[in-house]
Ligand binder design. Structure first.
Ligand code: Q46
Ligand code: ZN
Length: 318
């Protein structure tokens, strides 16, 4: 396969784009495309301050790398989820935590970038798995609580430290798996909110996904060719998740029909823009600031995060 730009041997072949590129051309192409998406979806401007949620994985580290190469003011935020000494997979979880944190720190220090670190256990008294046990949410899996806590912390840091946008490393495979799941359920409100940009509302930071049009394998190739050291393992709790199952199904479709995932996502965005979902019920519920933390909530009382933390204080562990 030959590089489309120079005709020499290509390193990356993207059947879905009918495009093959040599290493250096590929490493230019990814930031060029990212810049195009940032402008197309009006994600942020050069004078704005961006907070990148960094997990130590290939997508978030690559995103930070790309934004830095493009000259944006981007700082990182790493959230330490913590471990639970009572779990069977404690060794795996500890390894994942320590390794992802180490790689995020290494990436930042090698490039003299600013990384904020929030350790959930230090900050809120318990690590994620234990918060999940205490709250009894999620039937054994801590993911619902993990998502709630991560969203709260990201918003808090973005708001308190004056960031204009919060950027996450969601790639096309993540977006398409979520879209597929929401479509299977005809989850109107989720479909309406699934977008490369969620504007800031009632105290919530603007959320942007600059990598939403790149396939997961494109980001893996970018991280590899850029020499970015990242954690290969998924969080141990991701195993057996519905989104991984959807990704496998969609990959089978993609193998038979290259470009299907991208087309599914782009046609969805177009349909949204042309008002196909306009008849869906109003998406945003009435939001009020939580009396405790000030973040918006749809309930008349404390937000779900503050209720969770309240439960933890009321049930101190032995
Ligand atoms: S939600 Fe669940 Fe993830 Fe949290 S506990 Fe791990 S798998 S990290 S994206
Ligand atoms: Zn609150």
């Amino acid at each position: 396969m030959k590089c489309k730009k120079c005709g020499s041997k290509a390193s990356v072949n993207m059947r879905q784009h009918k495009l093959a590129l040599r290493k250096d051309h590929y490493l230019e192409w990814i930031p060029e495309q990212t810049e195009r998406f940032i402008k197309k979806y009006d994600m942020f401007r050069r004078e704005e301050k961006i907070l990148v949620a960094v997990s130590g994985g290939k997508d978030s580290l690559s995103l930070w790398d790309i934004l830095q190469r493009l000259g944006y003011q981007a700082d990182g935020l790493y959230i330490g989820l913590g471990i639970d000494g009572r779990r069977r997979d404690v060794a795996l979880q500890r390894l994942y935590d320590a390794e992802s944190h180490r790689l995020a720190e290494k990436f930042a220090s090698e490039r003299s970038l600013n990384l904020h670190v929030v350790d959930i256990q230090q900050e809120y008294g318990q690590a994620i798995p234990m918060l999940a046990d205490i709250s009894h949410r999620g039937q054994g899996k801590p993911c619902a609580v993990c998502g709630l806590v991560k969203r709260h912390v990201m918003n808090r840091i973005a708001r308190d430290l004056g960031y204009d946008a919060l950027a996450t490393g969601h790639n096309l495979d993540d977006e398409v798996a979520a879209l597929f799941g929401n479509t299977l359920q005809w989850a109107g409100n989720f479909l309406l909110r699934q977008s490369p940009v969620l504007p800031s509302t009632s105290g919530l930071a603007r959320k942007v996904k600059p990598l939403c049009r790149f396939y997961e394998r494109e980001m893996a190739a970018y991280a590899l060719l850029r020499g970015i050291e990242y954690i290969y393992e998924e969080c141990p709790f991701a195993e057996g998740s519905t989104s991984i199952y959807y990704k496998e199904l969609l990959n089978r479709l993609e193998t038979d029909k290259p470009g299907s995932k991208l087309a599914f996502y782009l046609r969805f965005l177009e349909a949204r823009e042309t008002g196909l979902f306009a008849a869906a019920p109003a998406s945003a519920p009435d939001l009020h600031p939580c009396p405790n933390c000030g973040q918006p909530t749809s309930t008349d009382d404390l937000c779900s995060f503050c209720r969770l933390i309240g439960k933890v204080s009321a049930n101190p562990l032995p």
